[in-house]
Design a protein around this ligand. Structure first.
Ligand code: MN
Length: 273
């Protein structure tokens, strides 16, 4: 039997520790190809490069660095570099949550979603800021085994809770093996996307030539966590596993037909859904 093919990528760049940890976690679970952005592309969402060329540098056996977005990496990897279609596309391990509405901005989730659009299963892995990526290792192995054994494809957004005391400057770092050991058997819950509010923030600065430039995006705000949401699960020490679908159509169209009745036509098919 052919070994499953696993394409691994991230949005933090090919040198990120989280990428190495993700690759190591699945090294014995299939044939692994890495295709990741050459620089950090966090927040790249589902962006694809259509107006300039891409280069793929073969940096070592099975590893490619691409001067593009996470989606560029997956597209190029799946269709061209891998040689055959991957069964699974993994993205991460991202050093920072991708919860709730973060999924609209996240390059990590964007890459996993692109894997799903290209015919593979996709899983995005994220951890809280300041946690070593090794906290995700046991969860990665459990979920990858499970997904590879399933006949039906899926797209999962996975967020880990805090497992070890946050790494602070000068603090003694736990050995990787000890971090993995402490992360065994974390409870996992199937969740829905929660709400994650951020402070709205624009900082205007002036460059050396007197022209204004801006930094946008504020820190997360305390938001309400409801039972069953991803934000609630991680706050309560559980791994949040949120299955995603890519159809963001409003679930019930009838109220919309009524609201827009004056300007839209009713289709024959509307009544026999
Ligand atoms: Mn990132």
């Amino acid at each position: 039997m052919t070994r499953p093919l696993i394409l691994v990528t991230n949005d933090d760049g090919v040198l990120a520790e989280g990428l190495r940890v993700l690759v190591e976690a699945v090294a014995d679970l299939g044939e692994v190809v890495v295709c990741a952005p050459d620089t950090e592309r966090s927040g790249a969402s589902q962006a694809i490069t259509l107006h300039s060329y891409l280069r793929a540098n073969h940096i070592r056996e099975g590893w490619w660095a691409v001067n593009g977005t996470p989606v560029d990496c997956v597209y190029l990897g799946v269709i061209h570099l891998c040689g055959r279609r991957p069964d699974l596309v993994l993205a991460g391990v991202n050093p920072g949550y991708n919860l709730g509405t973060d999924v609209f901005y996240s390059g990590t989730v964007g890459a996993a979603a692109e894997g799903f659009l290209r015919g593979a299963s996709g899983i995005a892995f994220s951890t809280p800021v300041g946690q070593p990526p090794q906290i995700a290792t046991p969860t990665i192995r459990t979920l990858v085994r499970k997904v590879l054994a399933e006949p039906e494809r899926c797209l999962l957004n996975v967020n880990l809770p805090e497992v070890v005391p946050a790494v602070c400057e000068g603090a003694e770092r736990l050995a990787a093996a000890e971090i993995v050991r402490r992360s065994e058997g974390l409870p996992m819950a199937v969740t829905r996307l929660g709400r994650r509010a951020y402070q709205e923030f624009v900082e205007r600065r002036t460059d050396l030539r007197g022209k204004p430039y801006f930094w946008i995006g504020g820190p997360p705000e305390q938001s309400v966590e409801l039972h069953g949401e991803d934000t609630w699960a991680v706050a309560n020490g559980m791994v949040a596993v949120t299955p995603l679908v890519l159809d963001i159509t409003a679930p019930d169209l009838e109220p919309w037909r009524q609201r827009l009745a004056g300007v839209t036509s009713r289709l024959e098919s509307d009544d026999d859904r």
